[in-house]
Ligand binder design. Structure first.
Ligand SMILES: [Zn+2]
Ligand SMILES: [Zn+2]
Length: 279
């Protein structure tokens, strides 16, 4: 079967409700083969797009595009935009903004600027049976997975009570342990992060990274493998190592492992930043 036919079959499978194969896994394999083979750039490009690897698609297209052809240029401009906004987002690691929005809507999770995908990161947990949120005393199917930083032990806080500050006020609580730098950041942003944003699960407690005078958005845990798939491993690991924290992390960094990466992205310049801690 040609590469193109294999691709088309996988895409068809992707559109059915219960695919017979792990389509993203098969697409990744197809991508590897296409890269090695190097003769079918059209299919390779489509495969990148299906895998949401916009950075790779943009790079490939930049090399192969015929700039006289207007329909080609339209595609190129569109992919340039996707690359700027998302880069490489292998769907198994990070979802697009649209998907995150839909999922949050489905579970009635408010928008957290600094923690856009709290279900994926495990900050919130979906329950089989409802619990009562201690802050608003209403039943909820989604709860905060950790306990906030406060004197009492408070469990089962609902997302709404974090978002509107009810829980922080009632328990004099914060949800994050620390941030890289609070000096440059104004009070309103400080209280949005510490009092109205769910913290993230980590070995040593949160350390929220900052960039462009604001806190970054926390995206989730990563290892070297995930960073390589996203095509940002060199850049973020080098920048991390300049911080003089853990050294020589590349061979050991594993998603949710004993040496774990926490990936952030600047809301303004869209640069990725890495924090690392260990068990
Ligand atoms: Zn509540
Ligand atoms: Zn920035």
């Amino acid at each position: 079967m040609t590469f193109q036919n294999r691709y088309l079959e996988l895409v068809k499978e992707l559109e059915t409700h219960s695919p017979k194969v792990d389509v993203y896994y098969e697409l990744s394999r197809l991508k590897d083969e296409l890269e090695l083979d190097g003769t079918d750039n059209d299919t390779l490009n489509n495969t990148y797009l299906s895998l949401k690897m916009y950075h790779s698609a943009y790079k490939l297209l930049g090399k192969t595009i015929n700039k006289q052809d207007t329909s080609n240029m339209k595609t190129y401009t569109k992919i340039a935009g996707l690359n700027k906004n998302y880069g490489n987002l292998l769907s198994k690691y990070i979802e697009t903004e649209e998907e995150i929005k839909n999922k949050n809507l489905r579970y009635q999770i408010p928008t957290f600027k600094y923690h856009p995908n709290p279900l994926r990161t495990g900050a919130f947990e979906i329950l089989d049976e409802s619990e009562v949120c201690p802050a608003c005393t209403k039943e909820t199917m989604v709860i905060y997975s950790s306990m906030p930083y406060c004197i009492e032990n408070v469990e089962h806080i609902c997302p709404g009570c974090i978002a509107d500050g009810t829980a922080a006020l009632k328990y004099k609580a914060t949800f994050s342990q620390s941030a890289e730098s609070n000096e440059l950041i104004d009070k309103e942003k400080y209280s949005e992060l510490f009092e109205r944003t769910p913290g993230y699960i980590s070995w040593q407690g949160e350390n929220w990274l900052t960039c462009c005078d604001d806190y970054c958005a926390y995206l989730g845990t990563v290892g070297t493998e995930e960073l390589e798939d996203m095509d940002i491993a060199d850049e973020v690991i080098e920048a991390y190592e300049r911080r003089n924290e853990y050294e020589d992390i590349r061979p050991y960094l594993t998603k949710d492992g004993h040496l774990c990466g926490y990936l952030f992205r600047c809301l303004k310049c869209h640069k990725y930043h890495l924090w690392v801690d260990a068990s």
